[in-house]
Structures are given as C-alpha cells and as structure tokens.
Design a binder for this molecule. Structure first.
Ligand code: ADP
Ligand code: MG
Length: 372
C-alpha cells in the first residue's frame, strides 16, 4: 500500500447499554478500494459515520490526509467536503434528477463546467440520460440510488464512503446496478471505503478487506489473504470457508505440515511446529470429488512431497447433499467433515448421493492453518 489517505488509531465509541466500537488500527491507502465486511450490527455504519464526522467518538484519532480531523475545529466542514458518502437509503430532494446530481457541486461552489467530463461519463455509465428531467419521486429504488451515487461520484472526492449502497434494492435491479457501479469505481480509481455484509461484493471489488465483528476489526489484509488465509474461525466462516477441522501438527518438513485429525491425516503448507493444536480451513471450491468410476489423481496422502503441490487424497462417504440451485453442497465424512461444491452436471455424471463411497482431493497449498 502506498500513501495512506486515512488512518484510524484507538478509536472508541460507546452507545450506552448497547454497543462498543473499538478500532485499534485501520487504514485506507490512496487510490485503493477497501471493503469493510461484517454482519448486521457489527458497527460498519457507526465507523462510516465517525469517519464522515457525522458522529463524535469518545476517544481516538482519525487522520485524514495527514491531519487529525477530530482536532480540526473550524476546519471540520472543509474536511467533510473532501469526502462524499452514499448510504443505504437514497436521500433525494424534490427537484429534477439533474438538479439533484449537481446539488453537491453547487453546495461546494464548484462550476458544473469544470466537471462536465466526469458528469457526462457518469450519466452514460449509470444510465441516467433519460431520467435527468424526472422527479426522483417517480423513480424506482434502484434508479434513485443511481442518482444518489452520481451526485457523490461527480464530486470526485478525496475519499468516497459507500455504506451498503445496494442493500435495499430488489435483486434484479441490484445486479445491473452492481455491474455499472463497480465498473465506474474501478474506472475512476479513487480512494474508496465500501461497506457491505455481502462477501461476494467484497470479492468482486476489494483491493483490501477488513472484517469487522462486534465493533472490532478481526482481520485486515489483501483480498486474497483474507479469503484464503483467515486469521480465525469467525473470519473463516464469514468469507465462506466451509470446512473447519481441528487437529494437531505431528510433523513439519520444509513447510509442509502433516496434521493429525481423528484417525486420519492431511498435509498443509504452513510453518507450524509439531505439537501445535490448529484449525485447518479449506475452501469448498478447492475440494475435488472422484467416484470410483472417474479417474482420480495419481498419488495419495502418503506421498510426502517436498513442495506445495503435495496432494491430499482421502476416502469417505457422502453424509449430506444440500441443494443450492446451480450447484450442490456435498458433505463427505472421511473421519472429519469435508465440504465440496459440485455442479448439477457432475452430480449426475458421478451419481452422487447420500451414502455413496467417494474420494476427495485437495492440494496442501489449499489448506490454511490457524492456531486453535
Ligand atoms: P452495521 O452498520 O454493521 O449493521 P451499526 O453501526 O449500524 O451496525 O450499529 C452497531 C450497533 O450500534 C447496533 O447494535 C446498533 O443498534 C447500535 N447503534 C447504532 N446507532 C446507535 C445510536 N445512535 N444509539 C444507540 N445505539 C446505536
Ligand atoms: Mg449499517
């Protein structure tokens, strides 16, 4: 990460009897998209409001562009003008869509002429051409949010804050708006804090991800790190890791651990030492299933390969099949529960059903270990 546009230190906010937000450290790099994910009620909106100076913290620092904005006194409005925020509910006024979009520019005394290029660009990309003369009251929820987004984006703020802007939009409009919005956000390449409870959105958009739970940041890191190397069980479950298996490291050769689990063992690329109790996290899409009729991989769990391509091959029986529409979630009992996602096509080809004996494979490099 290059220059930080925002840095938060020891920020605390208490809602008496209800909630404690306590952020030791959190930062956003310039020109990067940071996605803050967490369940409902975890403090995402509270953090956004604190950054946007809509709420006052009990203590801590918010350093924006190098200055502690909580101590900025009279300059606070100036800092607020360097940010723009969009919330779940579009907040539009009883005037034309065009006037709503240029409202922020007017308030900041920025000439429309200066922003003509970005204005035209946004109108096109967010499909607002035909709506400019309409009153927002006559628009659908999705269209209203497009207007709200255009009003903030046209400002080209130093920091753009987006608090679940797609959460209240019906599914069909949401997919279209998500595609248009994410395209624009990537194109404009600004410093962005995007808040969501939807890990798919995080996966699509984020450079960096922070996971928040009960008012505390559980993990911050690159998108790949958070999705594949979760720091703990909460993050693992939140980013969709289905198999969480407890075991003990019994051997480590060249950073490939053998982990004992019940009567079985698996290989994992990791630096843990023998004797350490760990949890093994395996993403469902990294687990491949083979029936006896289909040809499996060439070497099994006893081949202790020196490199990270060491392969785990286990046998078990299918203990549950759950329907998820386009794919099914298969639970294999191989001494422990291993979850795989399989397409309807593969299910049919392999005749997968509860009780069937099956082989499952995954690379040692697909197994992430964290301390139990
Ligand atoms: P999220 O955006 O992650 O869903 P919020 O930041 O909105 O969560 O809320 C976190 C917690 O703080 C919730 O339990 C909520 O009820 C509480 N809360 C939020 N705003 C206030 C407030 N103004 N007064 C009291 N409690 C609040
Ligand atoms: Mg919220």
């Amino acid at each position: 990460m290059g220059r930080q546009i925002l840095e938060i230190k020891n920020l605390k906010k208490n809602y008496p009897g209800a909630f404690d937000l306590s952020i030791d450290s959190f930062s956003i790099g310039s020109d990067t998209t940071c996605v803050l994910i967490g369940p409902n009620g975890s403090g995402k909106s509270t953090l956004i409001k604190l950054i946007n100076l809509l709420e006052e913290p009990d203590e801590g620092q918010i350093i924006f562009n190098g200055a502690d904005i909580l101590k900025s006194g009279k300059e606070k409005p100036l800092y607020r003008k360097m940010m723009a925020a969009v919330f779940q509910e579009p907040l539009l006024y009883n005037m034309s869509v065009y006037n709503n979009i240029i409202l922020g520019l007017n308030l900041r005394k920025i000439k429309i002429k200066e922003k003509k290029q970005v204005f035209d660009y946004l109108i096109e990309k967010l499909h607002l051409e035909k709506l400019l003369l309409r009153n927002p009251k006559s628009l659908s929820g999705g269209e209203q949010q497009r207007v709200s987004l255009a009003r903030s984006l046209v400002l080209e703020p130093e920091l753009l804050l987006l608090d679940e802007p797609l959460a209240n939009i019906d599914q069909l409009s949401r997919e279209g708006l998500r595609k248009d919005l994410f395209g624009v956000l990537k194109d404009m390449g600004r410093s962005i804090l995007y808040v969501t409870h939807d890990r798919n959105e995080a996966m699509m958009l984020a450079d960096y991800i922070s996971v928040i739970n009960k008012g505390k940041i559980e993990q911050s890191g690159s998108r790949a790190d958070v999705f594949t190397k979760p720091a703990n069980e909460f993050v693992a479950k939140f980013v969709g890791i289905e198999s969480l298996i407890e075991g003990i490291v019994i051997e480590n050769k060249d950073n490939v651990c053998r982990v004992k689990i019940n009567g079985s063992s698996i290989f994992a690329v990791s630096g843990f030492c023998p004797g350490q109790a760990v949890t093994a996290a395996i993403r469902p899409e990294d687990v491949t299933l083979y029936s006896d009729e289909t040809v499996g991989p060439g070497y099994g769990p006893d081949s202790y390969s020196k490199n990270s391509s060491a392969l785990n091959l286990l046998e078990g029986s299918i203990s549950a099949v759950q329907d998820f529409g386009f794919f099914k979630k298969i639970e294999v009992d191989c001494g422990f529960k291993l979850i795989s996602f399989v397409t309807a096509n593969s299910i049919e080809r392999m005749g997968l059903m509860a009780g069937k004996r099956i082989k499952a494979s995954f690379k040692a490099s697909s197994v992430h270990l964290f301390e139990k």
